[in-house]
Design a protein around this ligand. Sequence first.
Ligand code: KG4
Length: 340
Amino acid sequence: MADIILGIESSCDDTSAAVIRDGWLLSNVIAGQDVHRSYGGVVPELASRAHELNIVPVVSEAVSRAGLRKEDITAVAFTRGPGLLGSLLVGTSFAKGLALSLGVPLVMVNHLQGHVLAGFIKQEGVMNRHPSFPYLCLLVSGGNSQIVRVNSPLDFEILGQTIDDAVGEAFDKCSKMMGLGYPGGPIIDKLAKSGNPERFKFAKPRVPGLDYSFSGVKTSLLYFVRDRMAEDPSFMENNREDICASFQKTLLDILLDKLVKASEMTGIRDIAIGGGVSANSGLRARITAEGEKRGWNTFLPELKFTTDNAAMIAIAGWFHYMAGERCPLDVAPVSRTADF
Ligand code: KG4
């Protein structure tokens, strides 16, 4: 009999549900939350309220788009964390209630593991190519920047991670600082396409090993814009594209430098990327070019699986389910990975 996993994701500001049958994606429904746009960032209380409104229609839609009834579900997988506690609470409580009412097992998933395993989602009519174990995954999102050694679907080793801001946070905060809007990543990505990446230079961190740091480059941009604006108030307006291209290039140089080191240190040449920032067109091009130069097998997630979605939670949940893992009904969501 087929194993049908319903995945539920509610860690930040996207309410999502997806159905996977034996690793094949049947549906993936995402409801975003526009309410945060005018605040220039996610407002946790508003996010939880929107999840409450969205969760029932999103789950119903995912089950119906899969051509199934809720009674067909074999297990319910949900994001336990990390993320915003109030948001996680909505998805966790809903998953528990549904699993209990259907009499099926509950499986908890680490959101970051979902991002890493997104590349294993199988889709009808799509070339389903995925890395061989062990491989390296550059996990880059609004909350994390890590180089992960993936030994198997359920065995991860963090080789390096940010010691301060995440790279997505640097994109978002700097976009806000430049008055460009939120979320900053896609805005800077778009403007960078028509700018000169070599025009301006920003400070790069010197962090030992495979760890990252992005707070210095953020400060470097802040002082740079402040000083130039003092000389010429229209500086930002006249140089927006070049600033974005140069800033983005600095972030990508930092990311690539450590990733190359990690590959050299481990001898691993299967390289994947995941997380919201993996949608960045510059990063995708750089990883592809670096891969061609160094003989890597590179794996870029489809754009729809880069930002938060429940398909990645369902696939990760499927791996956990197949390994016999179940979670008790009294499990609580956690805001930080360290609390897992
Ligand atoms: O994975 P995600 O949806 O949520 C977290 O778990 O954090 O990532 C959101 C982050 C935001 O910082 C957003 O600015 C960034 O991903 N992002 C991008 C792009 N699209 C989204 N950053 C750079 N370029 C993009 N095209």
